[in-house]
Write a protein that binds this ligand. Sequence first.
Ligand code: ARG
Length: 466
Amino acid sequence: MSEKPWDGRFSEKTDTSVETFTSSIDVDKRLYHHDIEGSIAHCRMLAKALIISETDADSIIQGLGKVKKEIERGEFVFNDSLEDIHMHIESSLAEKITKAAQKLHTARSRNDQVALDTRMYLRDAVKSIIQLLASLRHVIVMLAEDNLSAIMPGYTHLQRAQPVLFSHHMMAYYEMFTRDSQRFSDGLKRTDVNPLGSAALAGTTYPIDRDYTSEQLGFAKTSGNSIDSVSDRDYIIEFLSSASICMVHLSRISEELILWSSSEFNFIELPDSFATGSSIMPQKKNPDVPELVRGKTGRVFGNLMALLTIMKSLPLAYNRDMQEDKAPLFDTIDTLKACIDIYTKMLPKIRLNIDKMLDATRTGFLNATDMADYLVSKGIPFREAHACAGKAVNYAIGKGKELNELDLEELKTFSNKIEKNLFVFLETSAMIDRRKSFGGTATENVKAAVQSARKELKNEFAGFRT
Ligand code: ARG
């Protein structure tokens, strides 16, 4: 089992420390399924192009099936001396079918093989991430729809700014995760390209039919330049960037949930089943899930930086440095999936303290812009109206009151256009529902956004089933 396919040129045995150091099997064994699929397609292509016989192809394919079963049953023995998953599978095949196995590697190299495997693996992973994101987006839409009456302060600079619907705030995350999903789908176009048949770097002398391999493996395209095909890791970098952006969004919502669940805000309560306690302070209920999602964002960014750094000075074509692409890739896939999934489970269980949210909109002069808008509606130019409302705010601060707590006489000293109906104008729900500009927080807008998101998701879910 420890015979190396390349050891013909060597007169010394590989040092065991080198075997351990260069081995990637612990990381890349998870490519076994895609490696075998790729080999089966390659083998069929070799037979179709009359490079190997049908009999040999059949026996190789049968042998590969046995290798796969062995791996799946946990009976397969992994061994550092065989470096990676490609050599393990080939060597095990050789033990099973001796002669024909020697022909499988005709017209290919591990350089194009590893690019093929990671592209196929990533293609599947991205599809499942898009589905997980669709479930998360669905949960966000439900949360928005179920809480359309909840009003909270909207913030800029983390200072209370203007009242908004909680649902509008949530639908902002819907937009972010929708863009993430689109980014992943877009990257998929560049991942869905078959590099197999580029061989070591220059192509091959055999009359191979690369499009036939692409067709069998469901690739949208066959790669156009053999040197690029074995050197390119853009598709992984692109995925890691999209994953990083998605983690930014998950981290921002985490930060908000952490703040909102603090006693200082007290806007929400996280479900007990998604929080943990302290070993010393009996009163504590910690928001560990959002904290860990926020923390894991660091490792996903780190994975992107790692691969960018690995690739930045590599001469064309393949270099062994590129073996280091898999750990960041797999870690990002696992981390991102876990974070999306835990959010999909946790979000429906958060409890809103609607009264606290609304209370928070009542102090901090969240109605100052609306007072200016009121004056504009009375024919005063906006800048002048803004200055007038500013003076009223300053006066109210001195009195320790809010604008709507001043009496009409006091308010009239700032403008004689102010009348009693200002108080109705400054009611929180009126302020919300006047913001009807497209994309604004008015209830009717948010309802429409929820409906259109529902429709969008329905179409996407229908797409998944086909
Ligand atoms: N394990 C290697 C990797 O992941 C496969 C390609 C090795 N090619 C080579 N010529 N040594 O990159």
